[in-house]
Write a protein that binds this ligand. Structure first.
Ligand SMILES: Cc1cc2nc3c(=O)[nH]c(=O)nc-3n(C[C@H](O)[C@H](O)[C@H](O)COP(=O)(O)O)c2cc1C
Length: 218
């Protein structure tokens, strides 16, 4: 079997209207948090993917793709395995950069900020919103599982499905290792493509008095 993406992560094509996109506007919004809400999918819509960049334990940059689980109007959430490399890195250095690229390469949003562990009630709720495939992945995607031969991995995957009622059946309780992070931004950079003019960015930096805004070339 071949597949171009993981089940549960739909490839989403996003088409934007360049005449009305808020970042194309001659009078860009003063509040980047509201602007991010206007760009990002709402509840019940497909989740975006993003690159989460961290500072490695060796001091070098590190990066990987995760799902943007949620944006609550102030903070950007992602969920992961407590035993993962990124969690160790964030414990040592909570600064992150999130790069969100829209399918179709129409928009990019870069968020620099500080990641904090989100409470268990919140991460449990996020787990319940994942597809059955991604819920199972959270249970079985362990270092021990990854070492096993393919035939055994397939058998254990099938056994888990049988034990939990099949592929469409959600597993409502996350494993202990399921953890969430909430990123509070201090800088956001919105990039928008434009087929009729150059691409353009608007950068917002958090200051004591509010958000400072700069318009930049793409
Ligand atoms: C499309 C895609 C989506 C992914 N989503 C997640 C996710 O939401 N959470 C996660 O922990 N890993 C996710 N991964 C796996 C990560 O990219 C990464 O391999 C894993 O989290 C381990 O990263 P680390 O060793 O740097 O901590 C995803 C990978 C891909 C390709």
């Amino acid at each position: 079997m071949t597949a171009s993406y993981s089940p549960g992560i739909p490839p989403t094509a996003v088409v934007i209207d360049h005449d009305t996109d808020p970042v194309q506007s001659d009078t860009p919004a003063a509040d980047p948090l509201a602007l991010a809400a206007a760009w990002l999918p709402g509840p019940g819509e497909d989740r975006m993917l993003m690159t989460v960049s961290t500072v490695g334990l060796d001091g070098l940059p590190d990066a990987r793709t995760t799902m943007l689980s949620d944006y609550d109007g102030e903070r950007f959430f992602f969920h992961t395995d407590a035993n993962s490399r990124k969690v160790a890195e964030l414990a040592a250095s909570p600064g992150v950069a999130l790069t969100i690229l829209w399918p179709g390469v129409t928009r990019q949003l870069i968020v620099q900020g500080t990641a904090r562990r989100s409470p268990r009630t919140e991460s449990d709720a996020a787990y319940r919103h994942r597809s059955p495939y991604l819920q199972q992945l959270a249970w079985q995607n362990t270092a021990e599982f990854a070492q096993r031969p393919l035939a055994e991995r397939r058998a254990r995957w099938r056994n888990f499905l049988s034990a939990h009622g099949g592929a469409e059946q959600p597993v409502f309780t996350p494993p202990e290792e399921w953890v969430g992070f909430a990123v509070t931004p201090h800088r956001l950079v919105f990039w928008v493509s434009n087929p009729d003019a150059a691409s353009r960015r608007i950068a917002y930096t958090r200051e004591e008095a509010g958000w400072a805004r700069t318009t930049l070339p793409g």
